[in-house]
Design a protein around this ligand. Structure first.
Ligand code: GLA
Length: 411
C-alpha cells in the first residue's frame, strides 16, 4: 500500500512538472526522488458519516449498506466518496497495545476492502484522550500505533475528536492555565498529524474540537485538512441557522487542502422541511464545507436524494478556486451571501430566515450592495431556469427557503 501511495505521489509530481514548463535538465530526476507532500482535500471532502443518523447504533452492516447506497443512488457519481465510521466502533487493546474493533465491526480490514471495492474510501474516528466522546477506547499514548493500524486497514480519513483529552490531560496537567491547556491541545493534534504522515498513506485529517481557541488560525499548522468550527449540529432550523451565522468572518481561513467545517449535513434528518434541507445544503456549499451526508441512505426519500445530488449546487461547493462565501448584508430577516467562483463567476444566496413568506413587502435584492450592476443573467440552481437579476428587484422566498443563483463571469 505504501509503495502504491508513493507511486501516486510520483505521478502527481510529474504532473506538476509538466504544468511548470520551464524545467532545467536534471530537475525531473530531483522531483521524482523528492516526492511532493501528499495532497488530499484539494476541494472539500464529500461523503457520508454514520453519526447524525445512527449515533452509537452503527454496525459493519450499516456501513456496507451506506456504501452500496452511495453507488445505487448516484451519490458516488455526484462526488460523495468517503464513507466515515464515527464513534462506537472501538473495542479493547491487547497486551501489545494494539486496538481491536468491537463486536459490531468484526473485521475492519474486510470492511475497508469492501468499501474500496466500490470505488469509495473509508473513514474512521478517534480522540487524543483516553476515551472517545461515547466512552470507547481512544488514542492517548498510542498515536503512532493507531495511525499504523488505520493505514494497515486502508483508512482514508480520520476524525479526531477532543472529548476526554480535556479533563484527562488539559485540565489535569494545567488546571488553572487556559493558555497552557490550549498548547496541550495543539500539541495533541500535531502529534497525530505526525503519526498519520509517517504512515505514508494519504489520510484526510479532520479536527473536531468544536472551534476552540480559533482553530482556523492554527489548524493548517498541525496538518488539518478540515476543522470543526462549532459545537454539534442538530436536525432543526435553529441549530443550522445559528451555525451558519457563526461562520461569518471565517472565509479567509479556508482554501484548497484546508477547510472550515460547520459540521456534517443533517439533510433528510429530523423534521427539517424541504425548504430547510435546501437552504442547509446550499449554504454548506456556499461555505465550501465538507459535504458529509448523515442521513439514512437505504430509506432516503426521492426529494432528499434530489437535494443531495443537485450537481449545480455541488459544483459551487467544489469550485476549484476554493474561496468560501462571505456574508454580504442582511435586511430584516433576509440574509445575502456571495461566493467568488473560478473564471470570474459568482454565486449569490438569499436566505429567508423569517417564518413568513414575503408577499405584501417582498425583499428587494440590492445588486449595488454586492458590487454588481444589473441587469444580469444567471441560473437559479434550484429551478434550473435562467433568472434575470436587476437592481432592487423584489424577491419572494418562502420561510427558511433560499434563492441560489450562479452568475457567469462578469468579464
Ligand atoms: C462529538 C462530536 C460528534 C460525534 C460524537 C461521537 O460530540 O462532535 O460529531 O462525533 O462526539 O461521540
Amino acid at each position: 500500500m505504501r509503495a502504491l501511495s508513493l507511486l501516486s505521489v510520483g505521478v502527481l509530481s510529474l504532473g506538476s512538472l509538466a504544468a511548470g514548463a520551464q524545467t532545467a535538465p536534471g530537475a525531473m530526476k530531483n522531483l521524482v526522488q523528492k516526492p511532493a507532500p501528499l495532497q488530499v482535500a484539494l476541494t472539500p471532502p464529500m461523503g457520508w458519516n454514520s453519526w447524525n443518523f445512527f449515533a452509537g447504533r452503527v454496525t459493519d452492516k450499516d456501513i456496507r449498506a451506506a456504501a452500496d447506497q452511495l453507488v445505487a443512488t448516484g451519490m458516488k457519481d455526484a462526488g460523495y466518496v468517503y464513507v466515515n465510521i464515527d464513534d462506537t466502533w472501538e473495542g479493547d487493546r491487547d497486551a501489545d497495545g494494539v486496538l481491536h474493533s468491537n463486536a459490531k465491526f468484526p473485521d475492519m480490514k474486510a470492511l475497508a476492502d469492501y468499501v474500496h471495492s466500490k470505488g469509495l474510501k473509508l473513514g474512521i474516528y478517534s480522540s487524543p484522550g483516553p476515551k472517545t466522546c461515547a466512552g470507547y477506547a481512544a488514542s492517548l499514548d498510542h498515536e503512532t500505533q493507531d495511525a499504523q493500524l488505520y493505514a494497515s486497514w486502508g483508512i482514508d480519513y480520520l476524525k479526531y475528536d477532543l472529548c476526554s483529552y480535556r479533563e484527562s490531560v488539559m485540565s489535569a496537567q494545567a488546571p488553572d492555565d487556559k493558555a497552557a491547556q490550549m498548547r496541550l491541545m495543539v500539541a495533541a493534534y500535531a502529534k497525530m498529524d505526525k503519526a498519520l504522515k509517517a504512515t505514508g498513506r494519504p489520510i484526510v485529517y479532520s479536527l473536531c474540537q468544536y472551534g476552540w481557541d480559533a482553530v482556523w488560525e492554527w489548524g493548517p499548522k498541525v496538518g488539518a485538512n478540515v476543522w470543526r468550527t462549532t459545537g454539534d449540529i442538530q436536525p432543526n432550523w435553529q441549530s443550522i441557522y445559528s451555525i451558519l451565522n457563526e461562520q461569518a468572518g471565517l472565509a479567509k481561513y479556508a482554501g484548497p487542502g484546508h477547510w472550515n467545517d460547520p459540521d456534517m449535513l443533517e439533510v433528510g434528518n429530523g423534521k427539517l422541511s424541504l425548504a430547510e434541507n435546501r437552504t442547509h445544503f446550499s449554504m454548506w456549499a456556499m461555505l465550501a464545507a465538507p459535504l458529509l451526508a448523515g442521513n439514512d441512505l437505504p430509506n432516503m426519500k426521492a426529494e432528499v436524494r434530489a437535494i443531495l445530488t443537485n450537481r449545480d449546487v455541488i459544483s459551487i461547493d467544489q469550485d476549484r478556486l476554493g474561496r468560501e462565501a462571505t456574508h454580504a448584508y442582511s435586511d430584516g430577516e433576509v440574509d445575502v451571501w456571495t461566493r467568488p467562483l473560478s473564471g470570474g463567476a459568482m454565486a449569490v444566496a438569499v436566505v429567508n430566515a423569517g417564518s413568513d413568506r414575503y408577499s405584501t413587502h417582498p425583499f428587494h435584492l440590492s445588486l449595488a450592495r454586492l458590487g454588481l450592476h444589473g441587469p444580469l443573467k444567471g441560473k437559479d440552481l434550484w429551478t434550473g431556469k435562467e433568472i434575470r437579476l436587476t437592481n432592487d428587484m423584489p424577491v419572494e422566498i418562502g420561510s427558511h427557503d433560499i434563492l441560489l443563483v450562479r452568475v457567469p463571469s462578469l468579464k
